[in-house]
Design a protein around this ligand. Structure first.
Ligand code: CTP
Ligand code: MG
Length: 236
């Protein structure tokens, strides 16, 4: 069923989906790998499209696969597909450039976090709406973390209590994200990193275990198992 996005919504969601998925191993671009018989990108977009605040979705597809991605997503939601770039940052910048006038809140969400609950999309958007310039979902770090030398010798133990694992969607006031991308020099792995460099305050909201980034084969197997158990909208 094609989801009808909200024409009065104030949120645009950029979905970088152009990565190769090297760590997942052979099998094509990661966003097009399947769980439950459907590509990760379809799962991710279906959840985003269910969020009531979402006005626009822009997907950055693997270059050359734009038409295939358009066809794949046509039954899911009305959205825009652009060609991604060589780095995640370039893919996000390409998607950002395609956002029409209107939405003043921009979320950036990895296609690889295919099981992210709709409620997390809403809670990040709500924090930006409430006045934050930049918002990230985070989880506490559960393992002990150590700094280790290149030779594999422990240098020290990091204080875990101040550390957080960072997820997406990351939310921004539109002008803040645009300025951070315009000023970007080195490619970073997340958008909040760019915004931090601009000296902008980045606030945290609770993340979700279901927003795990499918990165390695184990994650793909885990996601396949979780699929039946994850409600579209629920937030755990
Ligand atoms: N991504 C992108 N364009 C790139 C690289 C990554 O749009 N040039 C996207 C991926 O498709 C993914 C998200 O950014 O949805 C997070 O990246 P990551 O998990 O690293 O995915 P890949 O780069 O595909 O995986 P790998 O690093 O193992 O190759
Ligand atoms: Mg990558």
């Amino acid at each position: 069923m094609t989801a009808q996005l909200n024409p009065r919504g104030d949120v645009a969601v950029l979905v970088p989906a152009a990565g190769a998925g090297v760590r997942l191993g052979p099998g094509g671009p990661k966003a097009l790998r399947r769980i439950g018989g459907e590509p990760l990108l379809v799962h991710a977009v279906r959840r985003i499209a269910t969020a009531p605040s979402v006005h626009t979705i822009v997907v950055a597809a693997p270059p050359g696969d734009e038409d295939a991605v358009r066809a794949l997503l046509k039954p899911v939601a009305e959205l825009t597909v652009v060609a991604g770039g060589a780095t995640r940052q370039e893919s996000v910048a390409a998607a950002l450039a395609a956002v029409p006038t209107g939405p003043e809140i921009v979320l950036v969400h990895d296609a690889a976090r295919a099981l992210t609950p709709t409620a997390l999309v809403e809670s990040v958007a709500e924090a930006v709406r409430g006045g934050e310039d930049a918002v990230i979902p985070v989880l506490p770090v559960v393992d002990t973390v150590k700094e280790v030398s290149a030779a594999g010798v422990v240098l020290g133990t990091v204080d875990r209590s101040a550390l957080r694992a960072v997820q997406t969607p990351q939310g921004f006031r539109r002008a803040v994200l645009a300025a951070a991308h315009a000023a970007a020099v080195d490619p970073l792995t997340d958008d909040a990193g760019l915004v931090e460099k601009q000296g902008v305050r980045v606030a945290c909201v609770p993340g979700s275990e279901y927003a795990l980034k499918i990165t390695r084969p184990f994650d793909l197997a885990l996601a396949e198992h979780l699929l039946g158990a994850v409600p579209l909208a629920g937030h755990h």
